[in-house]
Ligand binder design. Sequence first.
Ligand code: ZN
Length: 77
Amino acid sequence: MTSTDTITLPATPETAKGKPAKAHIARASDVTEAYVMGTEITALCGYKWVPSRDPAGLPVCPDCKAMALQMSGGLPE
Ligand SMILES: [Zn+2]
C-alpha cells in the first residue's frame, strides 16, 4: 500500500466488446461508495464503470498507472 488512498479495480464490461479487461485505478473513497450504493465510479483515467469483481490477474490500465504515479509516486497493491 502507499500513503494515498487509491485502489486497483477491474473494468469488466470491455470483454463483451472484444477488448481485453483491464484493472483501472480509482480513489478508495469512491470505490467504497460504489460497492455500497452500486453506483458507477470514475477511474483515474476517466473510465466509468460499476466495479464488481476482484482485479487479480488483470493487467492494470496504463493510463491509470501513469496517473497514480503522478499522484503518489507509487502504485496501490
Ligand atoms: Zn484506467
